[in-house]
Design a binder for this molecule. Structure first.
Ligand SMILES: *Cc1c(COP(=O)(O)O)cnc(C)c1O
Length: 355
């Protein structure tokens, strides 16, 4: 018997491993491994979801007109500057599809968001990974790594999993060095958590730069990770290309309704974000007081570069009922949860010990 003939690239890709649920000896279980919001959907968003559920026999609006218009209004951009995807990961995949082919290079920092290499490989493009410097993007090295084959560059700001940011001056200098025919995607999945005023809002940078676009999501600060909605704001040719690579009806009816309702409840949601921002400061300060080195973070997680102690640290936290996310022998990313979860994590970190 011969096996079906799959693309050779699949042999190089890791098989999917589902996240484990960990339970501590006292029965408590905290998930600080996926950067989710500790809050459930707001009552007004739940109502919108329930109303949309009653129309589930109908296909969703394939162009998501209501949500597109709501985002265009919210950010004062034309509708032609807004593309949607079933989560920003899917939108990132759409973008890789727009440029990926043999011979095309796509660039990103490493370590950064773990989806980039997978999506690049699937698209047929070649990944150019530029090492972080001091846990942050090395934009000089990235500018120098641009070749005639470079089609697209992802800049994850704040960076997942390190939480570090690039500020306006260095980002503008970098964008000025990128040729006009290279697409730059500013992945701002954590934008709502940024408090450093020198970190630019990508929407201010994209306006007079046709090759720059901003990727955002309802999954993190808006707490809709389970519904899968992300959006891209960019100039018309970029948005048109991203829309062409979308699977028809990818954004379901409930997701569209919930995202629209969330934009209406923005003030309430951003209050919740503020709670997470305060907890982030508390967790980082407590870790530093325990003796750990923690880079400043503008996202809803902290990064501990523990090297080859990383897997053991994650195992140890699991013993306290706290799931965290180790990245090989590099470091561990811990999402900021509610106070109880954060305290459980801090207790684990203290017991594990700096040495
Ligand atoms: C979480 C995350 C996303 C997106 O998630 P979706 O749920 O697919 O919207 C995108 N980029 C980065 C860097 C992330 O960390």
């Amino acid at each position: 018997m011969t096996a079906p003939r799959f693309r050779a690239v699949l042999d190089t890709m890791p098989a999917y491993t589902p996240g484990k649920v960990v339970v501590g000896p006292d029965g408590r279980s905290f998930k600080l491994s996926s950067n989710e919001s500790p809050f459930g959907p707001l009552p007004s968003v739940r109502e919108a979801i329930a109303a949309a559920a009653a129309e589930m026999h109908l296909y969703p609006d394939p162009a998501s007109v209501t949500l597109t218009e709501a985002l265009a209004e919210r950010f004062a951009v034309p509708c032609e500057h807004v593309a949607l995807g079933a989560g920003s990961v899917t939108l990132a995949q759409q973008l890789f599809e727009t440029v990926g082919e043999p011979g095309a290079e796509v660039m990103y920092a490493w370590r950064s968001f773990e989806a980039y290499p997978v999506l690049a490989d699937l698209s047929g493009a070649t990944s150019v990974k530029v090492s972080l410097k001091d846990e942050a993007h090395d934009l000089d090295a990235m500018a120098e790594a641009i070749t005639d084959a470079t089609r697209m560059i992802f800049v994850c700001n704040p960076n997942n999993p390190t939480g570090t940011v690039k500020r306006t001056a260095e980002l503008v200098e970098f964008l000025d060095r990128v040729p006009d025919d290279v697409l730059v995607i500013l992945d701002e999945a954590y934008r709502e958590y940024v408090r450093d005023e020198d970190v630019p809002d990508g929407l201010a940078l994209y306006r007079d730069r046709p090759n720059v676009a901003v990727l955002r999501t309802f999954s993190k600060a808006y707490g809709l990770a389970g519904l899968r909605v992300g959006y891209l704001i960019g100039h018309e040719p970029v948005v048109a290309a991203a829309r062409k690579t979308m699977v028809p009806f990818a954004i379901n009816r409930i997701a569209q309704a919930a995202a629209v309702a969330s934009l209406k409840a923005e003030d309430e949601l951003l209050e919740r974000v503020e709670t997470v921002v305060k907890e982030r400061a508390r967790v980082r300060e407590a870790l530093i007081a325990q003796g750990w080195t923690i880079p400043p973070t503008e996202a809803n997680f902290v990064w501990m570069r523990l090297g080859d102690r990383s897997p053991a640290f994650a195992e140890f936290c699991a013993g306290y009922g706290v799931a965290v996310r180790p990245f090989g022998a590099e470091g561990v990313r811990i999402s900021i949860g509610d106070r109880e979860a954060n305290d459980a994590f801090l207790a684990a970190a203290e017991a594990f010990g700096v040495e």
